[in-house]
Every structure is written in C-alpha cells, then in structure tokens.
Design a protein around this ligand. Structure first.
Ligand SMILES: NC(=O)c1ccc[n+]([C@@H]2O[C@H](COP(=O)([O-])OP(=O)(O)OC[C@H]3O[C@@H](n4cnc5c(N)ncnc54)[C@H](OP(=O)(O)O)[C@@H]3O)[C@@H](O)[C@H]2O)c1
Length: 326
C-alpha cells in the first residue's frame, strides 16, 4: 500500500456545508523560545495563524507543517540537499509554525532525525506530532504493523530520535487490518500511562473507527486526506467538528501530484493576486475551526508562500463558489 495512494471515489453527496465565516485573527502567539536566533516574520503572521487546543489543552497554530517532503525521493532516505531541509524546518518555526507533523516511516527515521538536528533544543510550545504503525519495505512502499510490542518499540525509538522525554501527539499511522484496533491502541495507551505520550491521534479513519478507538483511549486528532478538490472524508470531518477533535488534512494542497487547478480556483487566485495553493489553504482554514492543515514542502519559498495563506481571507462568495465547484 502507499501512504500517498489514491483513495476510492469521493462521496460527493455531502457537499453542502456551513460556511463558518470565522475570522482568522485573534489566535494566541505561542512560541516562547527560538532556537535559531531569528525573529518571527511578523506579529501578524502569528496573530492570523489562529490557535486550536488539541485535547482542549494543547494549543497549536492552525496552519502547521508536514515534514514528509524533507526526506529523499519516494519518502526514502536522506534528502539530496540536507542543509536545505534543515533550513526549511528552521524557517517554519521562524514563521510561527508550532505544529510539525512527521512519522517514523518518513525516511524511515530521517524526517525525525532532521527535526531534532534542526530544532533541538525545542522552543517552548513547539508540538512535534509523530506517528507509528506503518513500516517501509522500500522506497514508495508502506505496510501496516499494529502489533502492540512493535508499536511500543516505535514510541521508544521516536523518543530517542526526536530527543524528547514525551511525545505531545502520537498518531497511529494506520489501523492494521490484521490486528484488533483495541490491541494496537491499548499499547499506545500503555505508553501514555507511562508518561511517554501526551495525546493520541489516528489517521485514515471513519467516524465509526474513531468512536471505537475512543473506547480505548481519548483521541484528540485525526489525519485524513482532504483538500478543496478531494472530499472523500467529509463525514469524518463532520464528526471531528462535532466532537472538537483536531482534523489534520494530509495532501491539503493536492500532494505529490500537485493541485489539479480548477477555473474557480484560478479565478479566486487571480482576484487576490496569489497562487492556487494559497487559496486552497485559505479555503481549508475557513472550512472549519478544527482544521489543522499540514502542507509539506522541501522549499523555503513554497513554505513562505504556504504560511502566508493564513493571512488570506476569502469572501463568503468566493468560499462558496469553491465549495460548489469542487
Ligand atoms: N497520515 C498519512 O497517511 C499521511 C499521508 C501523506 C502525508 N501525510 C502528512 O501530510 C503532509 C502533507 O501531505 P503531502 O506532502 O502529501 O501533500 P501536500 O502538502 O498537499 O503537497 C506537497 C507537495 O506540494 C508541493 N508544494 C508545496 N507547497 C507548494 C507551493 N506553494 N507551490 C507549489 N507546490 C508546492 C511540494 O513540492 P515542493 O517540495 O517542491 O514544494 C510537494 O510535492 C506530509 O508532509 C505528511 O506530514 C500524512
């Protein structure tokens, strides 16, 4: 299986959603320290990248960063330009990003190792959300393993690579169809009870699976593929909104294949003299207050463009036109 694989056809019957019209202003500025000695790009960036509290207690600015793209081709090994990968990570923090998504499977190991190299000792308030439960037989190849002992070892190994005593958010990367979910999550709960994990999240799950998981351990976040043109997981997002669970859309700007731009996306981008990527991110942020996009990039320029999307406000008409067309 592939982490980046195309999922079955979307359920487009649920296309009417409420426009929340929420303001992006007023979020709390969270980063108290700065390991790279630079100042934040602007206080506006922080203020407009409004915060969400994971589990009701752990604040993160809603626009995060996905650290899968800083590894080698096929999410395998070290990146060709390792100093550049370190620069991207440091720039993300400078720009006010305080939610970095990673996984032991990215590289494997190299994404977590680069995060520690670039950012340890970590600034106060930086949340590194990692994952376990997908193994890597080779480049571009992914295989679930939800065996309890394996998952406990994954947590221990991520702690070492990330140089952390506790992981603030640990996500089960996939539910292993060969292992009862209760067993996999039971192991993760054991690590939580031992103080090695603060909060627990899931990935690629239905509302029913989240409800089942919550009988074992509190779930504070869900990471499913979702973007303005790809709404397969709409029901999961609705469940997360209702339950105030953070929803971290992966491939928020279309993933490795890029955003297949529509006329509407282009027209809105033109009206704001910006890119379709910024419009897609702004659309997500305005879609729901539990939305925590984690766009990934290996480029400082793209990172800066993506983070600036927190400042872009779509009008209700623009937002609705994108909602209708996609
Ligand atoms: N839970 C899961 O199963 C799962 C699966 C996949 C990913 N994830 C997580 O989600 C994060 C995001 O997903 P993703 O990386 O697949 O998709 P994405 O963020 O939607 O797209 C990343 C791709 O878009 C390009 N890009 C980024 N910013 C751009 C810009 N401003 N202009 C033009 N191109 C741009 C990147 O190339 P450049 O490097 O050239 O910028 C990269 O190829 C990952 O980093 C990872 O943390 C989770």
């Amino acid at each position: 299986m592939s982490d980046l694989s195309t999922e079955p056809n979307h359920d487009r019957s649920l296309t009417r959603r409420t426009f929340l019209g929420m303001s992006l202003a007023g979020g709390a500025a969270l980063l108290a320290g700065n390991p790279v000695g630079a100042t934040f790009a602007s206080t506006m960036t922080m203020a407009e990248n409004a915060a969400f509290k994971l589990g009701g207690s752990l604040p993160v600015n809603r626009l995060g960063f996905g650290a899968m793209r800083i590894t080698g081709d096929g999410v395998w090994g070290w990146p060709a330009d390792r100093p550049n990968a370190l620069k991207v990570l440091r720039r993300a923090v400078e720009l006010g990003v305080n939610l970095i998504d990673t996984a032991d499977a990215y590289g494997p190991d190299t994404s977590e190792l680069l995060i520690a190299e670039a950012l340890h000792p970590y600034p106060t308030g930086l949340v590194i959300a990692t994952k376990g439960g997908l193994t890597r037989p080779g480049p571009g190849s992914w295989k679930p393993n939800g065996q309890p002992d394996y998952l406990k070892k994954c947590v221990e190994d991520s702690l070492k690579r990330l140089k952390l005593e506790r992981i603030e958010l640990y996500q089960l990367h996939r539910i292993d169809p060969k292992v009862p979910m209760e067993d996999s999550l039971g192991a993760i709960k054991e690590m939580q009870d031992a103080g090695k994990i603060r909060h627990v999240g899931l990935s690629e799950v239905s509302p029913e699976q989240i409800a089942q998981a919550r009988k074992v351990v509190p779930i504070v976040s869900v990471q499913n593929r979702y973007n303005v043109l790809d709404r397969e997981w709409e029901k999961t997002l609705a469940y997360c909104e209702k339950e105030q669970i953070g929803f971290m859309p992966w491939s928020p700007i279309g993933g490795g294949g890029g955003l297949k731009s529509s006329d509407t996306l282009q027209a809105v981008a033109k009206a704001h003299q910006t890119s379709v990527y910024q419009v897609a991110l702004a659309w997500l942020l305005q879609r729901s207050s539990v939305m925590l996009p984690i766009p990934g990039t290996s480029s400082v320029a793209h990172l800066e463009e993506n983070v600036a999307a927190a400042k872009l406000k779509l009008t209700p008409e623009e937002w609705k036109s994108l909602d209708r067309k996609s």
